[in-house]
Design a protein around this ligand. Structure first.
Ligand code: RTP
Length: 150
């Protein structure tokens, strides 16, 4: 766990189309995480197949790629204390029906195939996903009010 830990968070096409970009970003800002990369991308199926490579044998894989390629996503990197695990907690369970109220999926989603947002599931995955989505690198800057002084 590090105060500089980074996680890859992606608002999926349904989240963008439903106008949930602002509310999702607000939650990460309000929690105290630092935004270090952000862009709107309409990803190709090939790019998404790389992102979801671990799931390629799953029956839902073709539908997942089609859904993820159906519109732009918001690709982001958030930095802060325990960012990977805390990001997953903020998202809620993969199946929104099992997500607690107060989580992003628990507040905004109903179906596993339209679950609004992605978050890295480990520090290793985060590194791979950040390299895949931000090959140009991320932004380095100091915050005047460091939110995670303790
Ligand atoms: P994500 O990668 O999107 O954050 O989701 P996750 O780790 O919580 O879940 P994972 O098992 O990696 O699944 C990736 C995405 O595939 C879709 N999915 N559909 N049974 C189904 O139809 C099914 N299961 C998973 C979801 O969009 C899930 O987020």
């Amino acid at each position: 766990m590090s105060i500089k830990e980074q996680t890859y968070i992606m608002i999926k096409p349904d989240g963008v189309q439903r106008g949930l970009v602002g509310p999702i970003i607000s939650r990460f800002e309000a929690r105290g995480f630092k935004l270090v990369a952000l862009k709107l991308v309409h990803a190709t199926p090939e790019h998404l197949q790389k992102h979801y490579e671990d799931l390629k044998e799953k029956s839902f894989f073709p539908g997942l790629i089609k859904y993820m390629a159906s519109g732009p996503v918001v690709a982001m990197v958030w930095e802060g204390l325990d960012a990977v695990k805390t990001g997953r907690v903020m998202l809620g369970a993969t199946n929104p029906l099992a997500s607690a109220p107060g989580t992003i999926r628990g507040d905004y989603a109903l179906a596993v195939g339209r679950n609004i947002c992605h978050g890295s599931d480990s520090v290793d995955s985060a590194k791979k996903e950040i390299a895949l989505w931000f090959p140009e690198g991320i932004v380095q800057y100091n915050t005047l009010l460091a939110p995670m002084i303790f």
